[in-house]
Structures are given as structure tokens and as C-alpha cells.
Design a protein around this ligand. Structure first.
Ligand SMILES: [Zn+2]
Length: 225
């Protein structure tokens, strides 16, 4: 008989500006022994590496294209293989999966490795709220961390994490935000439905303040784990 795994895999998904990074940090503190996986960071690290294949992936990603499915799978698998062990009990994917085929792929990987399928945590905010947040958003040029909302009004010049310069992302303008929201509706919403149908979705009102979002998240997640 197959032993039930004590390992857990969570995916935190939601529009840009929904506060995924902040909530993942809170969840990590609560759970301990977690490994945090940010898809964009994995791609960026690979593109920067000296691997002969890096330039090709860079070209695809930087032109807004999609790398092959097996390549995303390779990055996720290597993270899980390298970092899960006795010291890690939970893997948290931030901003992944976005499309249904990615969700199916991640299901297959998690099921093979840990005998389970991931639970998705969805931070739900309206288009209007996403737009409002993204138009104000500032990030660090060096470490890419967003400036916490409480600090934005103080108009900081340097990053409180690494001291890097604070900038506005080039694509945080009305036109690009609108495009991203349309993309979200066609590509990501069906994925959220995929999790909902399989009763693996924890849906949270992401428009509350940070601590209220986390209270709702933790309250609902506890019942699933
Ligand atoms: Zn920084």
C-alpha cells in the first residue's frame, strides 16, 4: 500500500499586483521548512548561466514567447529534486502554473514524486484593483523585489533589501497592463477553474489588507491539509 506523503505542494496564483510574494513570505513563516519556487527567477537564472542553450531560451522568453513545456518541467523537477529532503516539508510555487497544460504537468510531477497533487491558492483581485496597484508599483532594479506598499508613499530611492535603485517597470503602463489582464482572462482563469473543479482551489479575497488576506488564506488552507 502506498504511504501517504507528508510532503505538501502549494501554488500561489493571481494577477500581477495581487500580493503573491507577500503572502508566500507569510506562509513560509507559518509553515517553516519550505522551499519557495518562483518561475521567473528560475528562467532568469538559467538565461544568465553560461549554458550553451541559455541564449536560445533567453531569446524566446524576452520576445514574449513560450519555451517548450518540457523545459519548464525540467526547471521545476530539478528544483524539487535538489531541494526537497528531510529538511523541507513544503514546496511553494509562486505565479505558477498559469496555463492548464502547466497545471497538468505539475500535477504529474508532484504525483510521481510525492504521491499528491498540488493545492492552488488563488488571490482574487478585480481588474480595477490590479490596474490601480500596478500603476503605482515600484520595483528594485537589482533584486526585482517590489517596494512594499507602505513605503511607496515615501518615494524611496533605494531598495530596503539590497540597496539597489528603485525604478518603475517599463511594462507597468496602462496599455501593457490592459494586455496582461486580457491574457490573464484567456489563459489563467481556465486554469483556476481546473483547480476549482478538482476541489484543489483555495480562493481568497485579495483586496483586503495584508493580514486579513493571510488570515483568510490560513483559515481555508488549514481545512485542506
Ligand atoms: Zn533590491
Amino acid at each position: 500500500m502506498k504511504k501517504k506523503s507528508s510532503f505538501q505542494v502549494f501554488c500561489v496564483i493571481g494577477k500581477s499586483g495581487s500580493g503573491k510574494g507577500t503572502q508566500v513570505e507569510l506562509l513560509k513563516k507559518k509553515l517553516g521548512k519550505t522551499h519557495h519556487i518562483v518561475n521567473g527567477d528560475l528562467f532568469r537564472a538559467f538565461i544568465k548561466s553560461n549554458h550553451p542553450f541559455a541564449a536560445r531560451i533567453g531569446k524566446i522568453v524576452n520576445s514574449g514567447g513560450l519555451p517548450p513545456a518540457w523545459f519548464s518541467a525540467y526547471l521545476w523537477e530539478s528544483e524539487l529534486i535538489r531541494f526537497t529532503g528531510p529538511k523541507i516539508k513544503t514546496a511553494i510555487f509562486e505565479g505558477t502554473p498559469r496555463r492548464i497544460w502547466e497545471a497538468e504537468l505539475l500535477d504529474e510531477i508532484a504525483y510521481f514524486m510525492f504521491g499528491l497533487k498540488p493545492i492552488a491558492i488563488y488571490l482574487d483581485i478585480s481588474d480595477k484593483e490590479a490596474k490601480k496597484r500596478l500603476l503605482r508599483r515600484l520595483i528594485c532594479k537589482k533584486c526585482k523585489q517590489p517596494v512594499p506598499y507602505k513605503l511607496i508613499e515615501k518615494n524611496p530611492k533605494t531598495c530596503s533589501f539590497c540597496g539597489g535603485a528603485i525604478i518603475k517597470r517599463k511594462d507597468d503602463d496602462e496599455g501593457s497592463i490592459k494586455k496582461r489582464l486580457v491574457w490573464y482572462k484567456t489563459e489563467v482563469l481556465p486554469t483556476i477553474e481546473y483547480y476549482r473543479k478538482q476541489k484543489r482551489l483555495v480562493s481568497i479575497n485579495g483586496e483586503q489588507d495584508v493580514s486579513a488576506v493571510f488570515a483568510e488564506l490560513w483559515g481555508k488552507l488549514k481545512k485542506k491539509i
